[in-house]
Design a protein around this ligand. Structure first.
Ligand code: DI6
Ligand code: FE
Length: 410
């Protein structure tokens, strides 16, 4: 008797479904089936209907199958590098001193403004390809290195183009409020006026942003300034995210919670009242251990308090040239455990289910019937191995909407 005909059937896999309610949502001897790009079955192999078959059948031989990984915070579209700045900081200069001396974000702005679309794409593509080789199937990409109308739009167009060229979902975020450009030195409000009156409407009209972000720090923008931008985003029905409490306790997380932001990111200097503000707001706390490590920060985000308050925890690379030149999400997962005290299960949930929430995406991030069949098959047999490894990826095969992006390998 012939059973359901599926497009893909993976059998004898160790499923880490990452559904809520248990650390990994594990099914030891599991199977997963896909039809029309969606998960049609996920459960014990023995529960498969008799005669089940598929166009492509894979015997996972007990290997680990997880949702495709989701990197919910990157600045991977940019030109140039900041290696000499790294030397300066190792020599004792602080991030702020380098920035105030005209380096920092402005150095990458200069390089990015000078790069045409083809150059920007050519320089950025290898970073995205590295993330894909490490199991990523959805990535968020911010602008913020143009800080003028044309270059901000160009950055976002390149991000969209990468999503067309490569088998990955790219979500874009407008980050015109990343820093005050040199032309507006000492006039942050004037820059924000232009961002709100001209750049944001242009980005929205071109459909180039899925969300709006800002950098809330004394060297960038105040909560009051960010509040103005968030109101403008709300008028355009664009959700918001915020770089908050990275270098100081500026009240950004509370502002993000008030605006029902998708996420508040960094949070090393988050206070108890900030934790209380996030609790119950639905705003996801996105942890960025790569920036913590690369800046040689010492103060860690209050993970225990966030966990106790039930604030969802996500983990991302923050891939950027200045503070987190990291293009491996499993490495960020490892660092979130070793530096911030997450469990490997929290790190994997942070790079799947919770990361999807930080992007406002309800159709992925778990292995559950009806969800998008973005999957990762690993040369590993325990889910903790993903965070417990440093160095080359153990990825065997990615599947995007059920399609393998190369022949399944060992
Ligand atoms: N915080 C960061 O760590 C990055 N952006 C931000 O808001 C730094 C970006 C850079 O230095 O290029
Ligand atoms: Fe960032």
């Amino acid at each position: 008797m012939s059973g359901p005909a599926w497009d893909l059937l993976i059998r004898s896999a160790r499923l880490a479904a990452m559904t809520p309610g248990s650390p990994y949502g594990e099914v030891l001897d599991g199977a997963l089936a896909v039809r029309d790009g969606l998960i049609a079955f996920a459960g014990p192999d023995r529960a498969l209907p008799p005669g089940a078959s598929a166009t492509l059948e894979i015997d996972a031989e007990g290997r680990l199958l997880t949702p495709g990984l989701i990197d919910c915070h990157t600045h991977l579209v940019h030109a140039g590098h900041r290696a000499t700045e790294f030397e300066q900081r190792l020599g004792g200069a602080s991030y702020e001193e380098v920035a105030l001396a005209g380096g920092g974000i402005r150095a990458t702005v200069t390089a990015t403004r000078a790069a045409d679309e083809a150059t920007l794409l050519r320089q950025s593509r290898p970073r995205l390809e590295a993330l894909l080789r490490d199991g990523v199937t959805t990535v968020e990409v911010k602008s913020g290195y143009g800080l003028d109308r044309d270059t901000e739009l160009r950055q976002l167009r390149v991000a969209r183009r990468l999503g067309e060229l490569l088998p990955v979902t790219v979500r874009t975020t407008f980050l015109g409020a990343h820093a005050v450009p040199a032309e507006f030195e000492g006039r942050p409000d004037a820059w924000l006026d232009l961002v709100i009156a001209e750049l944001l409407p242009a980005v929205a009209a071109a459909g180039l942003a899925d969300a709006v972000d800002a950098y809330c720090e004394p060297i960038a923008f105040t909560p009051a300034q960010v509040g103005r931008l968030f109101e403008a985003a709300a008028r355009l029905s664009l959700p918001v995210k915020l770089h908050a409490e990275q270098r100081s306790d500026s009240g950004g997380a509370a502002l993000a919670a008030r605006h029902r932001a998708l996420s508040a990111d960094h949070l090393e200097h988050l206070s108890e009242s900030g934790v209380r503000a996030l609790a119950g707001s639905g705003t996801v706390a996105v942890l960025l251990p790569g920036a913590f490590l690369h800046l040689r920060e010492t103060r860690t985000p209050p993970v225990a308090a966030l966990r106790a308050a039930g604030v969802p925890l996500a983990v991302a690379t923050d891939c950027n040239p200045g503070t987190s030149p990291l293009a491996s999400l499993t490495t960020a997962m490892n660092l979130s455990c070793t530096l911030f005290g997450l469990t490997p299960a929290e790190a994997l949930a942070g790079a799947t289910r919770q990361a999807a929430r930080a992007l406002g995406l309800a159709d992925r991030g778990q292995l559950d019937v009806g969800l998008r069949a973005d999957l990762a098959l690993w040369n590993a047999d325990h889910p903790a191995e993903l965070a417990a490894r440093l160095g080359p990826s153990s990825l065997a095969t990615r599947f995007v909407a059920g399609r393998p992006d190369h022949a399944p390998s060992r």
